[in-house]
Design a protein around this ligand. Structure first.
Ligand code: AMP
Ligand code: GLY
Length: 400
């Protein structure tokens, strides 16, 4: 099978690693990819959101399966464009991707599917959560515990220029649950906890994610997928917009049970960097089966091992995501004990340098979360670049 992987983050590097292990792979191509992915396949200078460029590339290369990583091309309909040209695509069409692209659409689908979500409020009064509708890269959500925070949130959310969604403030712990979907069936692949704030102790601004671990104690992944993903798939299929791809449910587990905070129409980043290395089975075979609308014969199992990933960023992330040109040392030494997934790197004069906000994602596997954490930080200690920053408390409270 000839595969085109779309995207350039550490999530895509983790997917590339798993795809490259599959006996059914003949060629791995990526657009645009990154220097980590380049060690596993061929990278092409086509942007992830350039639908026409991707279609040309896929036709020229004779691609059998396109796997789309990021949300922007999915919401923009790149999946539809490729599918209309007869190429199997892992990733939903624009209509089904609205479960991520539009919070109000997601709420409507959840209500029709009978799945419990945070209740919508008609007035913004503390405590509540105020969200800008539409894609805002995690920055459009304001958790308000006081009236002053509500005022500030209303001003902040207005800057996005979209309509607002106001929700009840839920208390509990968060977990991200992932399933591969073929339009009708969902195959659970795991759950992870993500660390969204920039600073230790969950302080500082929201980011794309500073680290993650898996498994999450007390989380019955299969039961959650049955309870949450499956009814949503059924509802989307009923509407004539079946969801093919990775459905990612962001849940708050409350004392009254799980409540959906959000859906994403793709793999999570950095959750993929802990979920995928734990999977036993042929991931490429599963992605192709989903894209070809039949996951019935597919089984993937979570390994008994735990995984922890730590994201290394540039000095001003998340305010800036363009930290370019600092040479990165210690990549090979770190890879002795861990996976070093590239997120924002480039090669300059034969050396790997920084080129982004979330630069590397260092993942380790071990028997327990605690041991995986120690091993991941041990590998992080071997990596260095000027201005390198990371959280020191990823998975610290997870025990094990
Ligand atoms: P979202 O982009 O909707 O997942 O929101 C980003 C983050 O805001 C979530 O990961 C939660 O930490 C928080 N959040 C969102 N909605 C709620 C809610 N209804 N109650 C409590 N926290 C929330
Ligand atoms: N880590 C959260 C996300 O991928 O949206």
């Amino acid at each position: 099978m000839k595969v085109l992987l779309v995207g350039s983050g550490a999530r895509e590097h983790a997917l590339a690693w798993a795809i490259a292990r599959s006996p059914s792979l003949t060629e791995l191509h990526a657009a645009p990819g990154n220097p980590g992915i380049a060690a596993l396949g061929h990278c092409h200078p086509v942007r992830a959101d350039d639908g026409d460029g991707l279609l040309d590339l896929a036709r020229t290369l004779g691609i059998d399966l396109a796997v789309i990583g990021p949300e922007a091309p999915l919401v923009a309909g790149v999946g539809d464009e490729l599918r209309h040209a007869g190429i199997a695509v892992f990733g939903p069409g624009a209509e089904a991707a609205r479960v991520e692209g539009s919070k109000s659409f997601a709420k409507e689908v959840l209500a029709a599917a009978g799945v419990a979500a945070a209740a919508t409020l008609s007035v913004a009064r503390a405590p509540c959560v105020i969200k800008a509708d539409g894609l805002a890269a995690g920055k459009g959500v304001f958790v308000c515990r006081t009236a002053a925070e509500v005022d500030e949130a209303l001003r902040g959310a207005a800057a996005f220029g979209t309509s607002l969604v106001i929700e009840e403030l839920l208390e509990g712990y968060e977990v991200s649950v992932f399933a591969l979907c073929d339009g009708n069936r969902a195959v659970p692949i795991g759950a992870a906890q993500d660390f969204k704030r920039a600073g230790d102790g969950d302080t500082g601004p929201n980011t794309g994610g500073m680290g993650a671990y898996s498994p999450v104690a007390g989380t019955d992944v299969a039961a959650l997928v049955e309870q949450i993903h499956q009814p949503v798939l059924d509802e989307l299929a009923r509407r004539g917009t079946p969801f093919v791809g990775c459905l990612f449910a962001g849940l708050m587990v409350t004392t009254d049970g799980p409540r959906v905070l959000e859906f994403n129409a793709r793999f999570g980043d950095p959750e993929t960097q802990v979920v995928v290395p734990r999977l036993e089975g042929d991931l490429l075979h599963a992605l192709a089966a989903a894209a070809n609308r039949d996951l019935s014969g597919v089984s993937l199992h979570e390994s008994a091992e735990a995984a922890v990933t730590v994201v290394l960023t540039g000095p001003e992330y998340p305010a800036r995501s363009d930290y370019a040109g600092a040479p990165i040392e210690g990549l090979e030494a770190a890879a002795d004990d861990a996976f070093v997934f590239h997120g924002g790197t480039a090669v300059r004069d034969g050396r790997v340098v920084t080129n982004g906000g979330r630069i590397l994602s260092v993942t380790a596997l071990a028997a327990t979360v605690g041991e995986a954490r120690a091993r991941a930080y041990g590998a992080v200690d071997k990596v260095s670049f000027q201005g390198m920053r990371y959280r020191r408390d990823i998975a610290a409270a997870a025990g094990g």
